[in-house]
Ligand binder design. Structure first.
Ligand SMILES: NC(=O)c1ccc[n+]([C@@H]2O[C@H](COP(=O)([O-])OP(=O)(O)OC[C@H]3O[C@@H](n4cnc5c(N)ncnc54)[C@H](O)[C@@H]3O)[C@@H](O)[C@H]2O)c1
Ligand SMILES: [Zn+2]
Length: 356
């Protein structure tokens, strides 16, 4: 069944979620809400206060950030579910950012061979990307998303007001996933977004909220066309071949960057190669660089660093036959998938990315 997307209209998304959970197919369901420390404080009272169907739900708190995305934490949750009498009719509600929904979806996919779950994303990355599409995963050490399942949520409930309490750094991180979506889909909207945020010291929340529904629609549309990422869904990896490797490398160095910030640097590398290899206009690359410079401090990579990043890139799930494969852009809205990169091109892009 296609997951239901709940967006706000005259009626709030949470009121619509409540209505959905009062329906017959949830009548005997036990609900379990997964939160982290921040969503426990900022979001759980709002959710339970607005969705009376969840008043009796039990909640489990997991570590903040990537630390939650581990087999150990997943195993603890499976144990806790069992102890609390969860059964195949139970429903997990993931209240949090991408780390909570990746983990909670993974736990739902594995528990009793798969139970239902609902994502209520509370970060920008969650709303425009992570909560949609049914990709669930945990990390193995610092290697990202190495074990996971495709398991679609029953519903994704988008409530942009949760963004009000998000720290700037997490909003900025989500901004680059949003920019990625518009780069893939809509040149006018990309220009509008860049113009609206240029010169701002912090991201204007109203601007960001305005673009959320468009990004949600685009992701739904791409995922709907290719649920298992055999073809068109691969375009959503724009910025991520470099981004994931940079994210893992910086975690190893003890200088972690938020996922979206790493994707921002990844976008810079991949747009640079798009100009060099397939003739994308430099104007698009320059716009991205200006925004990146405002919101992300790009680390200086040494030649030795680039070797480590390349070795992470070789572990990327998208690769085939030992080649590093990547998504590039011919122009906004025209991505090209499975472009093979040689290691010198990767080195060149990484060294270029750390220079302004
Ligand atoms: N499955 C997918 O398709 C997909 C897509 C994109 C990203 N991801 C994954 O998502 C993760 C990154 O997502 P993220 O940045 O949302 O991570 P996150 O869940 O760690 O959230 C970021 C921070 O914001 C805090 N937070 C969350 N909601 C809040 C709120 N409303 N108010 C205040 N603080 C709040 C969290 O506690 C955390 O400190 C990565 O692991 C990435 O791999 C998955
Ligand atoms: Zn991402």
């Amino acid at each position: 069944m296609k997951p239901k997307t709940i967006l706000p209209s005259r009626i709030s998304s949470l009121a619509k979620l409540n209505r959905m959970l009062r329906q017959e197919n949830y009548a005997d369901a036990k609900f379990f809400i997964i939160v982290d420390e921040n969503t426990f404080t900022h979001c759980l009272p709002v959710l339970v206060g607005s969705v009376s169907a969840l008043e009796q739900a039990e909640f489990f708190e997991v570590p903040v950030g990537e630390e939650a995305k581990s087999l150990e934490v997943a195993a603890q949750l499976w144990g806790a579910l069992l102890e609390s009498g969860a059964d195949r009719n139970s429903v997990i509600v993931n209240l949090g950012g991408g780390c909570v929904s990746d983990l909670g979806g993974f736990v739902a996919a594995g528990f009793k061979r798969g139970i239902r779950y609902i994502n209520v994303p509370t970060t920008l990355i969650g709303m425009v990307d992570a909560a949609i599409g049914g990709k669930t995963a945990v990390n193995l050490g610092n290697a990202k998303n190495q074990v996971g399942f495709f398991h679609q949520p029953e519903a994704v409930c988008i409530c942009p007001d949760f963004l009000d309490t998000l720290h700037d750094v997490d909003l900025e991180s989500g901004f680059f996933e949003m920019a990625k979506t518009l780069l893939l889909s809509d040149d006018k909207a990309f220009d509008e977004l860049i113009t609206a945020v240029e010169g701002c010291k912090s991201l204007p929340l109203d601007v960001v909220k305005r673009f959320v529904p468009q990004c949600v629609d685009f992701k739904n549309c791409v995922v709907g066309a290719d649920l298992m990422e055999k073809s068109v869904r691969k375009i959503l990896n724009l910025g991520h071949t470099f981004g994931h490797a940079i994210e893992s490398f910086l975690m190893d160095c003890g200088q972690p960057l938020p996922h979206g910030a790493a994707v921002g640097i990844g976008l810079k590398c991949e747009l640079y190669l798009s100009v060099k290899k397939i003739g994308m206009s430099e104007k698009v690359y320059d716009s991205l660089c200006r925004i990146l410079q405002t919101f992300v401090t790009v680390p200086k990579f040494s030649l030795r660093d680039t070797e480590k990043i390349i070795s992470y890139m070789h572990q990327d799930k998208k690769n085939r036959e030992g080649l590093i494969l990547c998504v590039l852009l011919q122009e906004i809205g025209v991505p090209v998938i499975d472009v093979a990169l040689d290691e010198n091109e990767v080195r060149d892009a990484l060294l270029k990315a750390s220079k302004f």
